[in-house]
Ligand binder design. Structure first.
Ligand code: PBG
Length: 337
């Protein structure tokens, strides 16, 4: 039967058959344009007070908050899997959160103790410290609030103090995630003045006001406090020229590398940034993206493992030099094999 199916006259192709390259496994491998490697993956981790304890995050099945002793074990596993760096986020105890977010620059805060513990036990791995006030303030905003407005320059002053205690504790990379104006230059200046000229700045340069941060806010305990939104500092998702201006300014202020966030809905920004700027570009596959893959996988709507791989590869194809992802350890282990 099949032998009798008529053929279309394809002479118009003049021999151009793109499927030729995809015909066999070896050929597909030979023409593959991008790689996904363990060293592309940066692992975000949530820290809690206590000893030998892990707590579940309801909206992020499979991700746990860890006490510092367990965090050190996680850091060893990450190093062994070939992950170059960790990004730490503290879940500050409620009684230490305040209007002024002063816990952010307490040199003995949870974040600083976590940084110091990993730095001494696993010195081979890079440590990225998030700097923003939402993990320490009583209202869940990234900046100081007065009469309902987010104050810029006062917030920058607090962030500079926070970055300095983190650098002293062992942070290798300061990652301001707040989107205040001028914070990169202010932090760079303060780090240099204090003898930390070797500490990098990875700025969350194009960070959008996004619904995809929801599960993260549960993880660090800021979500239930947050009133309103973050649209006076995080970016409007209708814009992309503005992202290039933000990135350009952060590089001019001294950022060593920049980040785009969220990830998958913003691949166009990753590509534009890669084409426009000659600095390392990172992308954050955020908590809501993780939750979507996990929950859709659990519901049988998509193949979870395939979705994880495809999502990470999409970031590489878009031009990212590295990816912050909650899948880092699992995938580094798989890719390393
Ligand atoms: C804090 C911060 C957020 C994330 C990283 N740093 C949340 C926010 O801006 O509200 C989100 C990460 C994620 O969703 O995985 N400034």
């Amino acid at each position: 039967m099949s032998e009798s199916w008529p053929k279309h006259d394809m002479s118009f192709l003049q021999g151009r058959r793109p499927r030729r390259l995809r015909r066999t496994e070896w050929s597909r491998n030979m023409v593959r344009e991008t790689e996904l490697l363990p060293r592309d993956l940066i692992w975000p981790l949530f820290v809690i007070e206590g000893q030998n304890e892990r707590t579940q995050i309801k909206t992020m099945p499979g991700v746990e908050r860890l006490t510092i002793d367990l965090l050190v074990e996680a850091a060893k596993a990450a190093r062994d899997a070939g992950i170059p760096a960790l990004a730490l986020f503290p879940n500050t105890p409620d009684h230490l959160r305040s209007e002024d977010g002063a816990e952010a620059y307490n040199p003995d805060n949870l974040m600083c103790r976590a940084l110091a513990a990993i730095k001494s036990a696993v010195p081979e791995i890079g440590l990225i410290a998030d700097v923003a006030l939402d993990e320490y303030s009583s209202d869940g905003q990234d900046g100081l609030v007065r009469d309902g407005h987010i104050l810029n320059d006062e917030t920058v002053a607090a962030m500079v103090r926070s970055a300095l205690v983190q650098a002293k504790a062992g942070a290798d990379i300061i990652a301001p995630s707040d989107m205040m104006d001028g914070r990169v230059a202010a932090i760079r200046h303060a780090l240099d003045a204090d003898g930390f000229e070797h500490v990098q700045i990875m700025s969350y340069a194009a960070k959008y006001a996004s619904c995809y941060y929801g599960p993260f806010r549960e993880a660090v305990g800021s979500g239930s406090r947050l009133r309103g939104d973050k649209r006076t500092y995080q970016m409007d998702y209708a814009n992309s020229d503005e992202a290039l201006r933000e990135i350009e300014q952060d590089i001019a202020e001294g950022a060593d590398s920049v980040m785009i966030k969220p990830g998958m809905p913003y691949l166009d920004i990753v590509r534009r940034a890669k084409d426009a700027f000659n600095v390392p570009i990172y992308v954050y596959q955020v908590s809501g993206e993780y939750a979507m893959i996990e929950l859709a996988g659990a519901a049988g709507a998509i193949n979870r493992d395939a979705a994880v791989l495809e999502s990470l590869w999409a970031f590489k194809r878009a031009g990212a030099n590295g990816i912050l992802t909650y899948y880092a350890l699992e995938m580094a282990r798989k890719l390393g094999r």
